[in-house]
Design a binder for this molecule. Structure first.
Ligand code: AMP
Ligand code: ZN
Ligand code: FE
Ligand code: FE
Length: 282
């Protein structure tokens, strides 16, 4: 069984359509794939239909833009009831924050000598309801300002770079509670990737575990081997599920191929059992 529990389609900032992503999952030899677009469930119907056709099991997922004391934290939810009122309202608030900062980011880019016509940006966004910095990066690539998404982030878009404009994100403890109240299972994405370690100490993780966090993503490309070993130990101590996944973004992120990290079958069984127990969607 090959199980990949964290992927993005063009419904957020990946480059494959949901059906295209499921087709790629077949090629990658996956048996189970979770679609976890940023702050939206909109890709799930297409992915589920493709999974039925192509013989891949698709798990409903989402990656919620959360924060702790202002520092960005990503929270994965599995099996949430997609029509849950409280969760939907919070996701809408995040998406409005995403749309609401576009003008300010375009203004900064213009001031820096990198104007992006709105139609160029919105062609990159396509029909995604969740506009993100990778769409800006792709517009910058198209206009020849940068070579790739990595350069765009490292020079301009990352949290400490000049084009970054903050937006609303869900307090992470509240995110955990919302995921669980909607029947879902809550797993922290890449907890110690990209500078997050200082904001998510073992004590903070223990606190979140007491608050209902189900698991942490241990095997992720942003974690080196030593970090994975430490996180796996911590998951054991805190009785948290340890997952592994690719965080695939199609051609949008190099070194994140589908199935490059995987989740153990017994962990998936535990996730399913909890979703069933909580009245979520399997
Ligand atoms: P946003 O959703 O606008 O906050 O943008 C964050 C997303 O951009 C992340 O979820 C990643 O998919 C992507 N990202 C963040 N940092 C980088 C980077 N250094 N290179 C490429 N993509 C990145
Ligand atoms: Zn992303
Ligand atoms: Fe993430
Ligand atoms: Fe992700």
């Amino acid at each position: 069984m090959r199980i990949d529990l964290h992927t993005h389609s063009s419904v957020s900032d990946g480059t494959d359509t949901p059906a295209g992503l499921v087709a790629q999952a077949v090629t990658a030899g996956l048996d189970v794939v979770a679609l976890t677009d940023h702050d939206t469930f909109d890709g799930l119907p297409e992915a589920l239909a493709a999974g039925g056709r192509l013989g891949v099991e698709v798990l409903r997922g989402i990656e919620i833009s959360a924060q702790r004391r202002g520092a960005s934290v990503h929270l994965l939810g599995y099996g949430c009831r997609v029509d849950d009122r409280a969760l939907s309202a919070e996701l809408a608030r995040v998406r409005e924050g995403r749309s609401g900062r576009v003008g300010a980011m375009l203004a900064r880019l213009s001031a820096l000598g990198m104007p992006i016509p709105a139609d160029v940006l919105y062609r990159q966004v396509g029909d995604s309801p969740s506009v993100g910095r990778p769409h800006f990066a792709d517009a910058m690539i198209e206009l020849g300002y940068v070579a790739d998404r990595t350069e765009a982030f490292d020079t301009w878009l990352a949290d400490d770079k000049p084009v970054f404009v903050p937006r609303y994100a869900v307090p992470v403890a509240q995110g955990v509670a919302l995921v669980r109240a909607s029947g879902g299972v809550a797993v922290l994405a890449h907890p110690w990737g990209r500078g997050r370690r200082e904001h998510l100490s073992p004590d903070v993780l223990a606190d979140l575990a007491r608050g209902g966090l189900d698991g942490i993503e241990v095997d992720h490309q942003d974690h080196d081997q030593a970090t994975r070993d430490e996180l796996r130990g911590l998951a054991g101590e805190l009785n948290l599920l340890a997952t592994g996944s690719s965080d695939y973004h199609g051609t949008g992120k190099v070194d994140h191929d589908l199935g490059c990290n995987t989740t153990a079958p017994d962990v998936l069984d535990a996730i399913r059992a909890r979703v069933a127990e909580r009245g979520g969607l399997l």
